[in-house]
Design a binder for this molecule. Structure first.
Ligand SMILES: Nc1ncnc2c1ncn2[C@@H]1O[C@H](COP(=O)(O)OP(=O)(O)OP(=O)(O)O)[C@@H](O)[C@H]1O
Ligand SMILES: [Mg+2]
Length: 459
């Protein structure tokens, strides 16, 4: 990987400069808000076109995914400016002139616009009427509300008895709503629908959910897959709390004015260590038995005659202890609020409820799909799902899916895929991107920038 030397008169930081020219493998640049990620992505685009003859690529060989239409327009403008400047310095350069004229055809857009163009152009390859109209968010949401009312009415009426009994339906409603109001269940259905729609295969994902709760109500909690998933969080939290108490202890040790609190800190530290040990070496149940021993008693205050220095140390030690206390209280309120046996029983009882919920969600999805079909409407999520269908080889059911001929065409065309705001790309969108990009991670055809901390949707 060769990166040109950075001239002294450019604005870019060393890290930005590296990101602009890096090659040889897929790159994810994660940096804070406003740190210049988009600026780096645009500069990289420009440099791809201004590169030497053997390295440069045509603008229409790039797939650029932006977060908004406005930022797509800005990128085009910035690229046009850079090209015009380069042409000004080298008026006879026909390659550059051609790039300027190709810019309109370049695939720089939001992922939805890209999917829309795929759906329009290749509708004939799947069972999709190319005359569809794109529903606005408001329109789709109104239609969704209608369908929701309709579906719940049918369910209550008993029209879905082949799927679940009325008792099963009421058990579901009662577990989520305190007063049998429909709002809670509507919200739940809507959320389930939303989360399922960002999976490449929503129904498969939904149907697999209840299996996670296929639990013998008498098995020890430590044997459950779900428990094994949360265990590392509990352990990390206990370790952190112990470390805070230890720090507090180090501060008060040897300071006469503060040492009166030493027994308190020591007792707390040792109780936390015991719970941690139980969780790591013994069992969740043992940790549950030991956790009430962690009691945060009253810390002895300072007296008037203590010095300013003592006061400061006292405040720092107390801060450490307070944060340990917060962490432990959270644990007590969540994973240790009840006997682990009860958790297992509850989870095991969840399975049939979840089964009803999944069936109802699928009914709702189907009804919404049909309502859209009757009106010739597609919503934003449909664009992605139909685009995915077009890009997948219809005979293949592998993960990741095999590319269709249309996808192979894109793979041949796009030399590099660049994605802005990558933290908001969900699993379905990632699958689409993987299908249109060529090569693997080692080929370095993908460049992503994002701020992982700003993530808003990725479930
Ligand atoms: N090295 C730099 N020196 C001076 N200005 C810079 C530098 N890098 C970026 N900028 C400027 O900082 C501003 C913010 O940059 P940019 O929009 O690219 O950030 P971002 O990381 O994409 O932000 P966001 O997280 O909001 O998407 C822009 O005006 C950009 O031109
Ligand atoms: Mg940005």
């Amino acid at each position: 990987m060769t990166i040109p030397a950075k001239p002294s008169n450019v604005q870019w930081t060393d890290v930005q400069w590296k990101a602009i020219y890096a090659s040889g493998q897929d790159i994810l640049v994660s940096a804070a808000a406003g740190s210049g990620k988009t600026a780096v992505l645009i500069e990289r685009l420009i440099q791809k076109i201004l590169a030497s003859e053997e390295k440069r690529i045509d603008v229409d060989e790039l797939l650029v995914v932006t977060f908004t239409n406005a930022s797509a327009a800005e990128m085009r403008n910035r690229m046009a400016e850079a090209l015009e400047k380069a042409i000004g310095q080298d008026p006879g350069n026909s390659f550059l002139r051609r790039q300027l004229s190709l810019l309109n055809k370049a695939q720089i857009s939001t992922l939805h616009s890209f999917c829309l163009s795929i759906c329009r152009e290749y509708a004939y390859t799947i069972d999709l009427d190319p005359g569809f109209r794109l529903a606005s968010i408001e329109e789709a949401s109104l239609l969704q509300d209608d369908v929701m009312m309709d579906i719940l009415e049918k369910a209550y009426r008993g029209d879905m008895e082949t799927l679940f009994t009325k008792e099963e339906l009421y058990t579901l409603v009662d577990s989520f709503a305190s007063d049998r109001s429909d709002q809670a269940i509507e919200h739940l259905l809507q959320e389930m629908y939303k989360v399922s729609r960002v999976q490449p295969n929503p129904y498969e994902w939904l149907r697999a959910l209840p299996e996670k709760y296929d639990i013998d109500p008498n098995s020890p909690i430590d044997d459950l897959a779900i428990a094994q998933e949360v265990r590392p969080f509990i352990i990390a939290s206990l370790k952190e709390a112990a470390a805070r108490l230890e720090k507090g202890l180090q501060i008060i040790m040897g300071v006469p004015a503060l040492e009166k609190n030493k027994p308190l800190f020591e007792a707390e530290y040792s109780a936390v260590k015991q719970v941690l040990y139980a969780m790591e070496e013994s069992s969740w149940e043992q940790a549950y038995i030991l956790i009430p021993a962690i009691e945060f008693g009253r810390i002895k205050p300072l007296t008037k005659k203590d010095t300013e220095e003592d006061r400061q140390s006292y405040a720092v030690a107390k801060d450490h202890r307070d944060s340990a206390k917060d962490m432990l209280n959270t644990l007590k309120d969540t994973f240790f609020a009840r006997h682990p046996k009860l958790y297992v029983q509850e989870m095991s009882a969840t399975k049939p409820i979840l089964e009803t919920l999944v069936k109802l969600t699928i009914e709702y999805s189907e009804a919404f799909k049909q309502a859209k079909q009757e009106r010739g409407l597609l919503d934003f999520s449909d664009l992605e799902h139909f685009a995915l269908e077009i890009l997948c080889d219809s005979g293949s059911d592998t993960i990741p899916p095999q590319p269709s001929d249309v996808a192979l065409g894109f793979q041949k065309r796009f030399k590099e895929v660049l994605v802005d705001e990558y933290q908001d790309v969900n699993f379905l969108q990632e699958t689409i991107l993987q299908l249109v990009k060529s090569g693997g991670e080692q080929d370095g055809n993908m460049f992503m920038v994002g701020d992982v901390k700003q993530s808003i949707v990725r479930p």
